[in-house]
Design a protein around this ligand. Structure first.
Ligand SMILES: [Zn+2]
Length: 149
């Protein structure tokens, strides 16, 4: 039998979180953290609700996953996030020593790649999973925002 728990499966779950952010008027970025094919953290961007520039989806997910595990390191965990992490989140992910990061859309302006931020040497990175869906959601959000302003 085919394993349904692949990167696309979990990225869809992260996209569901991004949709929730969209409904709440937040920049639509969502994240889940998975261990052994099990989601242990779900989060989306909360910067508007919390008036906190650090409330990115990844930051929420890291805290939530560490609480679940009962330890600060996210070894054997995979983060699925709909947008390439920024340098703040990449820094936090570095400290978490997370095993794998899968992101959908690239962020050519503020992504960790273009910013030159290093991840932990143990962290494996995969990009481009459902990137069209993730960037369409972001484009839709910013178009709507422009119309309302
Ligand atoms: Zn970030």
């Amino acid at each position: 039998m085919e394993n349904i728990f692949d990167d696309t499966y979990f990225m869809k779950k992260a996209l569901e979180e991004a949709e929730i952010a969209f409904q709440e008027g937040e920049v639509p970025v969502g994240a889940v953290i998975v261990i052994d094919n099990r989601i242990i953290a779900r989060a989306h961007n909360l910067t508007e609700k919390l008036n906190d520039v650090t409330a990115h989806a990844e930051m929420q997910a890291i805290t939530s996953a560490a609480n679940f595990i009962g330890g600060k390191y996210l070894k054997d965990c995979t983060l699925y996030v709909t947008l390439e992490p920024c340098q703040m989140c990449a820094g936090a992910l570095y400290w978490s020593q997370i095993s794998k990061i899968v992101y959908a859309a690239s962020d050519d302006k503020r992504g960790f790649t273009v910013m030159g931020t290093k991840l932990h040497p143990k962290t494996k990175i995969i990009d481009g999973i459902l990137s069209d869906e993730a960037s369409q959601l972001l484009i839709r959000f910013f178009e709507q925002k422009r119309r309302l302003n």
